[in-house]
Design a protein around this ligand. Structure first.
Ligand code: SAH
Ligand code: SF4
Length: 358
């Protein structure tokens, strides 16, 4: 067993205040962690050497190392990150909007970025279309390992702590299957003296563990949810997502209706479009019916094929026809750009390419 230590990124500020005295040292350390993105204790110049040594005995600063990195022409950067036990997972830096300049070349709005983070190594849900699901489940990420993905990517992109960033829990793993560590990470991201990323800027994507949707709602963290729906009837959904047997479509819809949502916001339903499986207008029609009465937004995702899969990528024409049907029937609907399509964009593909595990 590899010798691993807890990370300082595992703790809320209040918890650190219980661990480290006096309190003002915690303020300094918090600044080093979240404003300077310190990598090790020696970076923390204004913290006395004796305290640094004491902390170093028990903790690490950042538990992640960048093991591989692929940059796409559209600004997407995919990272393979290695943890203390040698296991790896992925996080993705996504450019959502380019920098806007006025006619004199002055910046009027800075580029906007979103970070896609992993919650587990592998996944227990085992969706038939997902590369991460195919490799089985290895372990949950700790809260610190979730937090460290954002710190590491912001640091690597020289993104200042006070520049806004959005987080989507859409990397490897099922976030609601690691609810305690996920909730802790969400709270640490929200810390006013840390990264100060509000719940509104964090979206938890789930394959639909309906009881856990309720539990997340009860925590009232102010986050958004995105539901990976992908099918409008239980038979196909069970083929795609086996645990649909236990958490069927209607149980998910009921849980969504109970979830506390900011009145100005909508619940996102992700719909992975697979050629000749669920890309027909009859499915679009059922989807409109299913989402009736919910403040929903549908995000259509092109299935991203990988070697060995039986599923195919739908045509753009079918995708657009599907979208138009939804819009004509009153639903908000976007087609997700396949960001980083040239860099193994679908979840699990960089890990697969680097390590050849599957
Ligand atoms: N486990 C969570 C979050 C991680 S998966 C969930 O399932 O929602 C994030 C998204 O990637 C999901 O919507 C999933 O359906 C999608 N995805 C997985 N494999 C894909 C592939 N090969 N092509 C396109 N999207 C994929
Ligand atoms: Fe797990 Fe999400 Fe992949 Fe399904 S799509 S196997 S829930 S990571």
């Amino acid at each position: 067993m590899t010798n691993t230590k807890p990370s300082l990124l595992d703790f809320t500020k209040k918890e650190l205040q219980d661990l480290i005295k006096p309190t003002f040292r915690v303020n300094q350390i918090f600044g080093w962690l979240y404003h300077q993105y310190a990598e090790n204790f020696d970076d923390m110049k204004n913290v006395p050497k004796a305290l640094r040594d004491e902390l170093e005995e028990k903790y690490v600063v950042n538990p992640l190392k960048i093991a591989n990195k692929e940059e796409s022409s559209d600004g997407t950067i995919k990272y393979l990150l290695q943890m203390q036990d040698g296991k790896t997972m992925e996080a993705v830096w996504l450019k959502m909007k380019d920098t806007q300049l006025d006619e004199n070349g002055e910046v009027i709005q800075e580029a906007k970025y979103t970070i896609c983070v992993s919650s587990q190594v592998g996944c227990k849900v085992g969706c038939s279309f997902c590369l991460t699901g195919k490799s089985g489940f290895t372990r949950d990420l700790t809260a610190g390992e979730i937090v460290a993905q954002v710190v590491t990517l912001k640091r690597d992109n020289n993104h200042k702590h006070n520049r806004m960033i959005n987080i989507v829990y859409m990397g490897m793993g099922e976030p609601l299957d690691n609810l305690d560590n996920l909730s802790k990470a969400i709270e640490i991201f929200k810390e006013d003296d840390g990264l100060c990323i509000s719940g509104k800027r964090q979206t938890v994507s789930t394959s639909g563990l309906s009881n856990k949707i309720d539990q997340l709602g009860q925590k009232d963290l102010g986050v958004h949810i995105a539901i990976s729906l992908h099918a409008v009837d239980d038979e196909l959904r069970t083929e795609l997502i086996p645990m649909n047997k236990a958490h069927n479509i209607s149980s998910i819809i009921e849980a969504v209706k109970r979830f506390p949502i900011d009145t100005r916001k909508r619940v996102m339903f992700e719909y992975l479009v697979i050629k000749e499986k669920n890309d027909d207008i009859a499915s679009a029609k059922k989807l409109v019916k299913l989402l009736h009465g919910i403040k929903a937004k549908v995000n259509l995702i092109f299935f991203n094929p990988y070697p060995g899969t039986d599923y195919g990528r739908p045509s753009r024409a079918d995708m657009v026809a599907f979208q138009e049907y939804l819009i004509d029937h009153g639903l908000l609907c976007t087609i997700r750009d396949s960001k980083g399509i040239d860099i193994s964009a679908a979840c699990g593909q960089l890990k697969e390419k680097t390590e050849g595990e599957v």
